[in-house]
Design a binder for this molecule. Sequence first.
Ligand code: AMP
Length: 187
Amino acid sequence: MRILLVGPPGAGKGTQAAVLAGKLGVPHISTGDIFRTNVAEGTPLGVQAKSYMDKGEYVPDDVTNAMVRDRLAQPDTAAGFILDGYPRTVAQVHELDDMLSAGAGRLDIVVELSADTDELVERLAKRAADQGRSDDTPEVIRRRLEIYAETTAPLIDLYSGRGLVVAVDGLGAVDDVTARLLAVLTK
Ligand code: AMP
């Protein structure tokens, strides 16, 4: 199964994608996680990505696309994957189409995980306290929500036009949201 999870920062994509990947036996591919690993290891990619991430801006498409192309070429993606945080721009959608047509085929489903803004801000503030992510400061959170609305939310219409989108309410306890997602994914 080739699954894409979309939703604003704080909707719970990362948490849910990790749980679902375990249950469905497919890899969880998070561009944010790959960038953070590179930042932690001080690789050239990490150094480049960090300057954007710390401001809440998107890392340039060419850098991000090349990284995902490499990851999707790994053999563990043959049976499917859960993409979390990519694509985030229309150009990335076209790039992903190209990657998939060359290999695994196409996406099976796009799940839109939603939550209202107050809930998002609250969750991100809590994550800032728990994890100390450098992009979870109030100012950067505001910018990340803004850029999501401007640049990434339009992707939902694009994928809706392809008949791929199912919306799932991301509000509530982690287990409840997982159950909702599994109900949709195993239908
Ligand atoms: P995330 O963990 O998905 O919220 O991603 C954290 C940060 O990594 C984002 O705010 C961006 O700076 C960067 N990032 C992750 N995925 C992408 C992407 N698909 N395109 C550009 N930047 C990305």
